[in-house]
Design a protein around this ligand. Structure first.
Ligand SMILES: Cc1cc2nc3c(=O)[nH]c(=O)nc-3n(C[C@H](O)[C@H](O)[C@H](O)COP(=O)(O)OP(=O)(O)OC[C@H]3O[C@@H](n4cnc5c(N)ncnc54)[C@H](O)[C@@H]3O)c2cc1C
Length: 410
């Protein structure tokens, strides 16, 4: 809950031409559901209840996946009506609206939804019928938790430098190496793992595999604690043997599959940032209109009004770029540049909006677990994962220069 029924019009943008009637219905119904079902973990400032790993984030996440599955929201995270999906193709606008709405109410709920989609996205986009049957209905029902394992200790932004390998022996692939920063690492039932199979150099020699958490030779070697706690871990593969039927798509197609998955979910990171920013603006208005000082309220000062105006403008700019990218993908058009612009503008903008909200709250803004303090921690990683801001800048520039007929040097 946003702890207030303050009349900020979150849903005005639903009137924009990017949306169809079912999107408006979806956003409004989910908003009502989230208001009833999701309460932020700590309500009273300074009560010492900052959510930590001691407070069981794993259980909280499992419960959220179950609730999101039970009430049908996870149907939007997978593609194919025959496999429990809400529609036959992934609808980017639905995913974005769901993430924006959940993030506005509860960051961990957004995380739980997003990871079901990101973790199963490769199966939705490129899996066989057998794979889709085996995994997607359980993901959509909240019965199986998914994860996406691309990053490694020495291959983050430079994905193609990955070393985790998969060697084919008869009908099996034998995986060796490690993956790190894996969201849901430790609680996932299966992991979509990208590994080097050497059909070609760099990005052309990578394949994607589904690894069940019970596979022999698979283990979660470490759990990582971050500023906005969520399940996160390092994976190890020691001669981990899986059937070749677990490979998604053809040999050597892994990098392309990873990028196609990220094309959907990169835009949805922008949407999550938007939800955090909207919550921050709501909190800023709440505080500015009630905090008395110098015989008036904080909102009466023009310096405060300038801050609020900038926050609202940043939010609308981010929303326009986010839903432009989502709409563009749903039209079947290339989305690489638009998605990168959306992620860059929305995550960087949200950081500024949230920082301004903390400033408006004054000392109260930095007390553990007040809403703006929580948002301040929550937003930070979004500027780093699924392509850091600098990576998005490079993507945008590369596309621009390509359009101008110039192929940029690496
Ligand atoms: C909370 C969290 C959750 C995550 N979840 C997942 C997950 O579920 N699955 C998964 O596979 N990965 C996940 N990641 C990993 C994430 O995608 C990587 O952290 C990210 O790709 C950056 O890689 P890195 O951390 O190795 O940083 P590095 O690659 O070392 O980059 C460090 C910094 O260098 C800068 N930089 C990068 N490239 C350039 C460039 N070309 N020019 C100039 N500067 C540059 C950027 O500022 C970047 O932040 C997660 C990370 C975090 C923090």
């Amino acid at each position: 809950m946003t702890e207030t029924s303050h009349p900020v019009h979150h849903q005005d943008h639903l009137q924009w031409p990017f949306f169809e009637p079912q999107h408006i219905e979806l956003a409004n119904t989910l908003d009502a559901w989230a208001s009833r079902q999701l309460a932020h973990p700590a309500q009273s400032p300074g009560d010492g209840s900052t959510r930590s790993h001691a407070h069981n984030v794993d259980d909280e996440c499992r419960a959220l996946v179950k609730a999101l599955g039970r009430d049908g929201w996870l149907q939007h995270a997978v593609a194919g009506r025959a496999f429990g999906g809400a529609s036959d193709a992934i609808d980017t606008r639905s995913i974005c609206l769901i993430r924006e709405t959940l993030a506005r109410h509860n960051g961990l709920a957004d995380f739980a939804f997003a990871m079901q989609g990101l973790g199963s996205g490769a199966i939705s986009l490129a899996g066989s019928q057998v794979q889709k049957n085996a995994y997607l209905p359980r993901v959509a029902a909240g019965e199986a938790i998914a994860a996406f394992a691309l990053s490694e200790p020495d291959a983050g932004s430079d994905v193609a430098a990955m070393q985790c390998s998969a060697r084919v022996e008869g009908d099996y692939a034998i995986l060796n190496g490690s993956k790190t920063w894996i969201s849901n690492g430790g609680i996932a039932d299966f992991y979509v793992v990208f590994a080097r199979t050497n059909e070609g150099p760099g990005a052309r020699g990578i394949s994607a595999f589904i690894v069940d958490a019970t596979a022999p030779g698979f283990s979660v070697s470490d759990r990582i604690h971050v500023i906005a706690p969520h399940p996160l871990g390092t994976l190890r593969f020691d001669n981990c043997r899986i059937a070749l039927t677990q490979r998604i798509g053809g040999a050597g197609e892994g990098f392309k599959i990873a990028m196609r998955t990220l094309d959907v979910f990169r835009t949805s990171v922008a949407a999550a940032a938007l939800g955090f920013a909207r919550c921050a603006l709501e909190q800023a208005i709440l505080r500015a209109t009630t905090r008395k000082m110098f015989q008036q309220t904080l909102a009466d000062f023009q310096l405060t009004q300038a801050k609020l105006a900038q926050m609202a403008t940043t939010i609308d700019s981010a929303a326009l770029l986010t839903y432009r990218a989502a709409w563009q993908r749903d039209q079947g058009r290339s989305v690489t540049k638009a998605a990168a612009m959306a992620k860059l503008a929305s995550t960087e903008g949200a950081q500024q909006v949230i920082d301004a909200a903390v400033q408006i709250w004054g000392g109260m803004g930095v007390v553990s677990d007040v809403p703006v303090e929580r948002l301040y921690r929550e937003i930070r990683a979004l500027r780093i994962y699924e392509g850091a801001t600098e990576v998005q800048q490079l993507i945008i520039a590369r596309e621009l220069l390509k359009e101008a007929g110039h192929v940029a040097m690496k």
